[in-house]
Design a protein around this ligand. Sequence first.
Ligand code: GSH
Ligand code: FE2
Length: 435
Amino acid sequence: MKLIPVTEKFSVTGQIQPEDFAELRRLGFRTVINNRPDGEEEAQPGSAAEEAAAKAAGLEYVHIPVTSTSMTQEDARRFGEAIIASDGPVIAHCRTGARAFYMWVLAGNADVEGFSDDRLITTATGIGIEPAAAQTWLAANRGSRSAKPNVRGFYEPRTGSIQYVVSDPATGKCAIIDPVLDYDEKSGATKTEQADKLLAYIAEEKLSVEWILDTHPHADHFSAAPYLKDKTGAPTAIGAHVVDVQALWKDIYHWPDFPADGRQWDRLFADGDNFKIGSIDVRVMFSPGHTLASVTYVIGDAAFVHDTLFMPDSGTGRADFPGGSAKALWQSIQAILSLPDKTRIFTGHDYQPDGRPPRWESTVAEQKAYNPHITDQTEESFVALREARDATLPMPKLILHALQVNIAGGRLPEPEANGRRYLKIPLNALEGAVW
Ligand SMILES: N[C@@H](CCC(=O)N[C@@H](CS)C(=O)NCC(=O)O)C(=O)O
Ligand SMILES: [Fe+2]
């Protein structure tokens, strides 16, 4: 068995035998991916035998059969997900290791890990692929695809929210993430200053908006998604579990006729859904815990993690809103941290501890090393810490204002007969009063 490490988490090898699986487990692997269709040659053990051997050795097993001419986007997506889902090193094999290696590249890992073509060719050569063949394959399949989007964050100081414009430098296409509609609760006034700033940047940079995305139904501000859709014509989207949040809050507001089916957005994303911003692949990860519907958008090498992880000096988002769960939040955070160490992490809020200037960008490696809610924590200790802290936090001052707007996709309530819009505030509906 010749194992070829590609990264710390990922290695490839040629055909392995059932008796090798225990040794792989001993070497620290947690998942085996088999990229060979059954029956390529007589001596091959076959997927069923490999699966049984993996089970016996305590390894996860994933079969994604491909040939060198039939590697699809969907295969690559499943391959990438199997790596993310694994709680430790992954070994992928085919006959020689070449297909497994190419699948790793197709799944976008080489871009995220910052591998140059030269480094990929060196790795390919170690697997036994001719350098010229590797070069030709990379030119055809890696191409000029940019996986490093430009990310511009716009800090909104009233609620400490960060809004993002994420663009593909190759095509000028962009997405807006978590835009804020300004609201002054003291006077009841709304305005579009924040959203207009995003539009001004988009115009200045000559970008074209492909998506208006929310990571979750926000509890502290109104979403400006409908305003921006009016201005740009771009579709709006959110995580598919928003219907669960709608069901929960329609009761709190006593709106029996509220359509809790997500029709308020153009698209609802399920876990693992893929789409593109220009030429850059986007993957949606379901990240519940802070809310029932939260999602992370992984856009090239950048993950928009909203209120799961804050900056490493600020810990994590709270998990005590209706439908929140510290345990689910821990699991969502683990999935985010299993992205490559260099992944850029963009958080949804910054509350400026000790009055430092607002910051919103970190990396997976920095989070693992410096976030006290992560470093040396177990699920149990995190849940205890999170719940203890949540017990001290008052509800966000706008939670009752914001949810009724945000479960309607950010639309303000319909005007009454006098042409004026009114919010509805339920009394004694939420736990967590701090007197
Ligand atoms: N003081 C803020 C608190 C907002 C808040 O609760 N933010 C959520 C994210 S939506 C959070 O996770 N906060 C964590 C914390 O305050 O430690 C307000 O009233 O708006
Ligand atoms: Fe939030």
